[in-house]
Ligand binder design. Sequence first.
Ligand code: UDP
Length: 238
Amino acid sequence: MANEYKYDRVLLKLSGEALAGDLGYGIDPKVVDDLAEEIAEIVHDGVQLAVVIGGGNIFRGLAGSAEGMDRAQADYIGMLATVMNALALQDAFERHGIFSRVQSAINMQEVSEPYIRRRAVRHLEKGRVVILAAGTGNPYFTTDTTAALRACELDVDCVMKATKVDGVYDADPKTHPDAHRFDRISYMDVLSRGLNVMDATATSLCMDNDVPMIVFDLTKPGNIKAALQGEPVGTVVE
Ligand code: UDP
């Protein structure tokens, strides 16, 4: 393990839209490939990495239920969408020489292992990236909450929350140019100010279990490594 890194074991939360790139929908193979290249560097340096992948680039349960679908049924569709993203990520990881395993919270034995905490930890110890698919396996949750839950279970040093902005602001920087960016902020402040970082369930789970989170801009190349090296590229929530 190169000691240039501040964290040994981390969980990266990627939203589905991170895989869609400018397409805004579905999976852009070039975007996934670039991401894998960046991740390969830190994994080859010895950082243990678990990835929770979202599905919003394909389907969101809430959007389905807004159109009249049964919410739970729509959420299961959303969870299945995350499995497609997980397989796309695994494909790109392999092309970049990263060993990985997909573990799904909904059993899908032809394409993934079931999520088994101890096995996931063993993979991490062996330097394999564990891609966690199908969220928590339960409707009415999100992949942000999955990230918080798995971060606690897998005893990671921090959650890396990839976004399109360079941290947490007190207002949307796109519509409020004078919005203030925090270098650090407490989970309690995030909750009481209603800041749009993660949903409240995920935020309180991280807070209750002392899991720090770095919110950073994934669209800037090199930021994953910089954040892991403790450079101030985002906001630390703790
Ligand atoms: N989902 C769910 N339970 C979970 C995780 C996800 O039901 O534990 C469903 C939910 O419908 C959600 C969809 O999967 O809208 C995709 O996940 P999410 O919206 O969190 O993806 P992201 O916004 O990160 O792309």
